[in-house]
Design a protein around this ligand. Structure first.
Ligand SMILES: [Zn+2]
Length: 81
């Protein structure tokens, strides 16, 4: 089971790298994504099979998490590490 791969994503510009590095002065977020053909790499589909987005699922998860963390900043400075 070595199908998983790791990518790194900038929280600011959402750039993606295959290697750990810094972007915009902060380390990119480590993301584990599935290998080709895995669930995480498939775009979301609606009930009738239409594509709801072209983004792979892992990307959407990260984007949501980033949106949540940004909202947290403005409402109480709550960071979880
Ligand atoms: Zn960046």
């Amino acid at each position: 089971m070595s199908a998983n791969r790791i990518v790194y994503k900038c929280a600011i510009c959402l750039d993606v790298s295959e290697e750990p590095r810094e972007c915009h002065g902060r380390p990119m977020i480590r993301c584990q994504v599935g290998g080709p053909g895995s669930e995480d790499c498939r775009p979301l589909e609606g009930e009738s099979g239409e594509l709801r987005t072209r983004m792979p699922r892992w990307w959407i998860e990260i984007t949501r998490a980033l949106a949540r963390s940004k909202g947290g900043e403005s409402s109480g400075n709550q960071y979880h590490t």
